[in-house]
Design a protein around this ligand. Structure first.
Ligand code: BES
Ligand code: ZN
Length: 417
């Protein structure tokens, strides 16, 4: 049964292929022999991608390839379907200037961390997972984008902070909250997760997706709430992104990469929050080492140890398992801190059983990821808290007043003498 279910979900990724046209797919090198076995019409090896092969297959063979992939690897193979051979062979490269991973914003990080709260995260997961599904083509999936944009807009209380729906041609839209940078606005940091959910039955399926990935979206939402409640003003621009259509082949994040290419956007780092609330292993945070940046992962280790109180380990997805891979392909340092070891993963995802009940109705595990996200935003975004600045201005005002009073008293005293 589980086999049939997983297969149906993999097939969803194949529906965009024009029939009778060859399909261009990028696939993990480990999965290449299985692909050759399953593709009855042959496989044309066209090129290399990092750790992967670009192959051309007959689209009629995609179902059989998916089935073989599940049989052998218990996964979809992380098949990324490309719009053209050109893009598969030469992935779009974004501008990405190198950054220093220094930790020097402890007071601001600590102040924002005092606002971060697990019950708020749990409540957002409850609301998102109460929707029938968040499938990228369903009316409910489209409604989820509006719902999230409204929630994020309620945090955007100062001018300049914007929330936009991004249309890539699917019923569901991407949602982007932008906190513009002050002095280095052209350097962009992306913190993302995927809004869509999936289960057998597609459009009409019950797919609560509480862990995959309402947990990541709720974690992002709490990061946004806490940063803006403290009136955080980064030097670099921070974009919090809820991607659409991740479950059908990273479509939303790949489309955003294309948008950023067109705008010549300089993306200095990306953090992916996909599944944050299932405590499946003894350690709390697992840094996926494949399709990610070793340098940025080392920065995350420093952040985890300094700010979260969480334990961590290193593991691998084994394939392009989520949207971080879209950024890595584009040459942007990306990381994927994950909720458990791959071996101990939540077995209820992509089904009606992916509910908050699997996490005891709580979001205590996701809290560590919200803390990490806040630390990542501030230590990479730099800048300061408006509140802190206001307090600072306020206290200097008092100092000025006090000085003035002292001066006046001095004058008066002199006059008396
Ligand atoms: N959240 C999952 C990825 C995941 C699942 C990571 C379990 C680690 C453990 C993601 O939404 C997903 O389902 N990805 C697809 C691949 C994607 C390219 C369609 C998958 O894992 O099959
Ligand atoms: Zn997911």
């Amino acid at each position: 049964m589980r086999h049939a279910l997983a297969l149906a979900i993999c097939l969803a990724a194949s529906t965009s292929t024009v029939s009778a046209a060859p399909a261009v797919i990028t696939i993990g090198n480990d999965a290449l022999p299985a692909t050759v076995t399953a593709a009855h019409h042959g496989v044309g090896l066209i090129g290399d991608a990092p750790g992967a092969s670009v192959v051309e297959v007959d689209d009629a063979d995609l179902p059989a390839i998916s089935e073989e992939m599940h049989h052998t690897f218990h996964r979809c193979g992380g098949m990324i379907e490309s719009p053209s051979l050109e893009e598969a062979l030469h992935p779009i490269q974004l501008r990405s200037t190198p950054v220093d991973y220094t930790l020097d914003r402890a007071p601001a990080v600590m102040a924002v961390l005092r606002q971060v709260d697990a019950t708020t995260i749990a409540q957002t997961i409850r609301e998102l997972s109460a929707m029938p599904n968040r499938y990228y083509k369903s009316a409910a999936g489209a409604e989820a984008s509006n719902w999230l944009a409204e929630r994020w807009r309620s945090f955007a209380t100062r001018p300049g902070v914007t929330v936009q729906l991004v249309d890539h041609g699917f019923p569901q839209k991407g949602v982007v909250l932008t906190i513009p940078g002050t002095t280095r606005a052209d350097e962009v940091i992306v913190i993302g997760g995927h809004l869509d959910s999936i289960a057998m039955g597609g459009l009409s399926a019950n797919a609560p997706g509480a862990d995959d990935d309402a947990s990541g979206i709720a974690t992002l939402t709490e990061i946004a709430r806490a940063l803006l409640a403290s009136d955080y003003r980064p030097e670099r621009t921070i974009k919090l992104v809820a991607y659409e259509a991740e479950e059908v082949g990273l479509l939303g994040s790949q489309a955003l990469v294309r948008d950023f290419k067109r705008a010549n956007t300089n993306v200095v780092g990306a953090l992916q929050l996909d599944m944050t609330n299932f405590h499946g292993s003894t350690k709390d945070i697992w840094l996926m080492k494949d399709f990610t940046s070793a340098a940025q992962n080392a920065f995350l280790v420093k952040l985890i140890e300094t700010y979260t109180g969480a334990t961590w380990g290193v593991d691998a997805c084994g394939y392009a398992c989520s949207d971080h891979a879209s950024w890595t392909r584009a040459g942007v340092p990306a990381s994927m801190p994950f909720e458990s070891r791959m071996n101990d993963r939540n077995k209820h995802i992509h089904s009606a059983k992916d509910t908050l009940a699997q996490s005891n109705g709580e979001a205590t595990h996701a809290l560590a990821f919200a803390r990490l996200g806040v630390a990542y935003a501030i230590e990479l975004g730099k800048g300061e808290l408006g509140n802190e600045k206001a307090e600072h201005d306020f206290s200097s005002l008092w100092q000025l007043l006090a000085l003035g009073l002292l001066g006046a008293a001095g004058l008066a005293a002199r006059r008396v003498i």
